[in-house]
Design a protein around this ligand. Sequence first.
Ligand SMILES: [Zn+2]
Length: 71
Amino acid sequence: MARKQKTFLDKIAKGTGPRGEKCPVCGEVIQNVMIIRPYRTQDGTWRYERQMASFCKCNEKEVFVDKPVIL
Ligand SMILES: [Zn+2]
C-alpha cells in the first residue's frame, strides 16, 4: 500500500540514464534530456521548440523552471 511516489526528476533519470560524466562542482552525474517548450507565434498558433539540455544539481532549477514536457 505504501508505494513510494516517484518524483519528477526520478522519472527523467529513468528515461535518460546516467552518462557517467560528473559535474566538477556538485559531483552529480550530468543528465542529458530533450526539452520541449511550447511558445505562441504572432498569428496565435502554438509551436514547440525542442532543445537538448544538460543538467545537474547546479542548474536543474533553471532548466526546468517552465515545467516543460520531457521526452
Ligand atoms: Zn553541478
